[in-house]
Design a protein. Structure first.
Length: 732
């Protein structure tokens, strides 16, 4: 099915199941430990061996030789596979740095060997015995230095945009702002490490892994192994978080497959936590410059956003100016991004790549600008709302209710009680409130599904869609139940298996809308098959209460499908509605913080997010997405920072003790409100994504609240106490 005209009324609009707060159907499996994650495909009859990775201890250079004699002789060792023995391999489509193979070292902790042994401890002990002789080369590790020679990447990365005459308008504007901001390297730090089990059967290999994107992984693994994609069976039914760290094939899968081949045994490999941070990808640091010019009435006349980030040679820039191209009005505007070469581990997508770090800067700048204009920051944003793409005014937004989010949020949160910076104090706590806008584009990817209806009246949905903790199982079941007129307990959902139709996968907050649309399309096919079998006209057929009805004829579904059952399969593809209309999601984040006047420690006291993201398919799972994202934004504001060793070229704090993420206990109170809306331009589901929206803007709202509390403006994340302590008012 191709979605190329706005959705009209369809069975989803009944909202008997879709839109209901249904607890996740895989919840029992998870809380009882029966959901099998990648490392847990224990099967007593299979003699698994354990693989332990060896990482490069230099950041850049070549491996002259490797001495594996001691490792091979160590107790329990079955095989040692080295990057030299494996030789140069073709890189998959999605990674910049290679995962394994050849003598070149591109970054610290790049995988250079896997040691396979009877048990984990033996593999780990033997891995420590591998000796490597390197020819080390000088690398670039400091973004501040490297940005001086940063270059404009290929047009495919859309580095520059420009409309009107920014320089002239900015130069003559009544009120101007010109400031620099920075965001650090961040790590996905998901709960479940990257992990895989590989088992060969002749020429075929089965890989249980932890992947957000089954088909991307399968294709890249086939390229790396130089085998036919059909020979790889990939499974990833349960995933303990990804945040982009599992979008693209990772080394654990490659090492498990090659280790299993060498040891002639199924092999499991989990990347140890201290290895993950430098071996896998991260969100790259940015340095950003923002200039805004406005007239005294508060209308923006000129806005410019420039950003510098770094990556491995041939890599990607962090698209931190993305939201500035779309968020606020202003006739004269420019954006530019430059990419520096860094020999740090590969920079790549992490939850809301682009907008998350971009809004961390832009939304502080907007707060500063409002203050210069003597306007309330909400009023300033409302004044500069736009209903069209400001760079291409002929393109309207499909639906945009940012103003509604700001107004409802202000009222609910008690925004009117906010005082002047530094004005509110309770004991040693300086109290302040901040606001920031959330904005993230809505993308769609083709998504397929197969739905079988059997003679017991059970519908089984099969798609290679993944559930990374987001609730995919549940919203897919709701979609099938709604389309087929069945209760939830008559629907089974099977995900994350390469034998199933290729889906959108989980990423870029496109998963929920895209994958349920694929299920919608498959259900339409199934409904047509049922109608055809009964000789019903599929246009006026109704599926309700386990029956299919046309006019005054009604047949139980169990009877209609017969002994053989019926199957519907289809893939949703997308027309050009995303070109003719800008599709985005919107929100407003409100935060209250306390800043300790003596220690400079900041604490979040309460938070509220108001989101406008089309139809909400399940308010429980959607809320969980936003709550989790807000929590991530607290980490981003206050603690998360990969510390770069700019001499040796690696991230020093490579575990969860040194890389501090925010947790439940850091935030006493969180609320989420969803605007009641649908977006018929997005899909037949009329839904959009929320998983990344919830993160966008949070950290800036916290920075703005800290300013309102303390009077100290910090433009460089994270907002640790050292950036506040010397500038706070007297304790007394
Ligand atoms: Mo997301 S960074 O596309 O998992």
């Amino acid at each position: 099915m191709k979605f190329d005209t706005p959705a009209t009324t369809n069975p989803i609009d009944q909202m008997k199941v879709v839109g209901k707060p249904i607890p996740r159907i895989d919840g029992d499996l998870k809380v009882t430990g029966r959901a099998k994650y990648a490392y847990e495909w224990h099967d007593a009859s299979t003699p698994y061996a354990y693989g332990y990775p060896v990482g490069a201890s230099i950041a850049r250079g070549r491996i002259r030789s490797m001495d594996i004699a001691a490792a091979e002789k160590a107790p329990g060792v079955l095989a040692v596979v080295t990057t030299l023995a494996v030789g140069e391999r073709k890189k998959g489509k999605f990674n910049t740095a290679k995962l394994f193979g050849g003598d070149e070292v591109q970054h610290y902790h790049q995988a250079i060997a896997v040691v396979v042994a009877e048990n984990f401890e033996q593999a780990r002990a033997a891995a420590a015995l591998v000796k490597v002789d390197y020819a080390e080369e000088k690398g670039a590790f400091d973004l501040k230095e490297a940005m001086k020679t940063a270059e404009k990447p290929a047009d495919s990365q859309q580095p520059d945009t420009s409309v009107g005459d920014f320089d002239a308008t900015f130069g003559s504007a009544a009120i101007t702002l010109d400031e620099a901001y920075s965001t650090p390297d961040q790590s996905h730090a998901m709960m479940e490490p990257n992990a895989s089990i590989a088992a060969w059967d002749g020429d075929n290999v089965t890989v249980w892994t932890s992947s957000q994107m089954i088909d991307w992984w399968r294709a890249d693994l086939a390229t790396t192994l130089d085998i036919d994609k059909e020979k790889i069976h990939l499974m990833s039914p349960f995933i303990g978080g990804g945040f982009g760290g599992k979008l693209f094939l990772r080394s654990d899968a490659v090492l498990a497959v090659l280790g299993a081949q060498a040891a002639k045994r199924p092999v499991k490999v989990a990347l140890p936590r201290p290895f993950m941070i430098n071996n896998t990808t991260h969100r790259p640091a940015t340095i950003q410059r923002i200039r805004i010019g406005a007239e005294r009435d508060g209308k923006i006349t000129a806005i410019a956003h420039e950003s510098w980030s770094g990556d491995q040679p041939g890599g990607q820039l962090e698209a931190a100016v993305a939201q500035t191209r779309l968020l606020y009005a202003g006739a004269n505007r420019m954006t530019a991004m430059r990419l520096a070469t860094l020999n740090l581990p590969e920079g790549n997508a992490m939850r809301a790549p682009g907008e998350a770090p971009g809004l961390m800067a832009l939304e502080i700048a907007m707060d500063e600008m409002a203050e210069k204009l003597g306007l309330d920051p909400i009023e300033f944003r409302i004044l500069n709302d736009t209903q069209v793409d400001p760079e291409k005014p002929e393109r309207p937004f499909s639906h945009r209710n940012l103003i509604g989010c700001l107004k409802l949020g202000a009222e609910t949160f008690g925004w009117s009680s906010r005082g002047k910076p530094g004005a509110r104090r309770e004991g040693n706590w300086l109290i302040g409130q901040g606001v920031a806008v959330a904005f993230r584009n809505n993308m769609m990817l083709p998504s397929g599904a197969r739905v079988r209806l059997d003679r017991q009246g059970i519908a089984t949905v099969e798609t290679d869609m993944t559930d990374i903790g987001t609730g995919s199982y549940t919203i897919i079941a709701q979609t099938a139940a709604e389309m087929l007129g069945l209760p939830m307990d008559r629907v089974a959902v099977q995900l994350g298996d390469s034998r199933f139709p290729v889906s959108a996968g989980s990423g870029g907050q496109f998963g929920a809308n895209s994958s349920t649309s694929g299920v919608y399309a498959a259900c339409v096919k199934l409904r047509e098959a049922v109608a055809a079998k009964l000789g019903f006209n599929s246009d006026d057929v109704v599926f309700e209460n386990g029956e299919v009805r046309s006019g005054n004829r009604s047949v139980p579904l169990t009877e209609a499908v017969g002994d053989e059952g019926l199957v519907g399969e289809d893939t949703m593809t997308w027309g050009d509605l995303t070109q003719t209309h800008q599709q985005s999601t919107f929100g407003a984040h409100f935060v209250e913080v306390g800043v300790d006047v003596a220690t400079g420690e900041s604490r979040v006291r309460r938070m509220l997010a108001v989101c406008a993201a089309g139809r909400i398919l399940n308010p429980i799972t959607a809320r969980s997405q936003v709550i989790g994202a807000m929590t991530m934004g607290v980490g981003g504001a206050l603690s998360e920072e990969l510390a770069v060793d700019t001499r040796r070229g690696f991230f020093v704090n490579h575990d969860l003790a040194g890389y501090e993420v925010a947790v439940h206990a850091d935030i006493p109170h969180q609320d989420v409100i969803f605007m009641d809306e649908t977006d018929p331009m997005s899909s037949p589901m009329k839904a959009k994504g929320v998983g990344e929206l919830g993160l966008c803007g949070v950290s800036a709202a916290i920075a703005n609240a800290i300013y309102n509390a303390s009077g100290v403006r910090v433009r460089h994340y994270p907002l640790t106490l050292d950036k506040l302590i010397g500038n706070l008012p007297d304790v007394a």
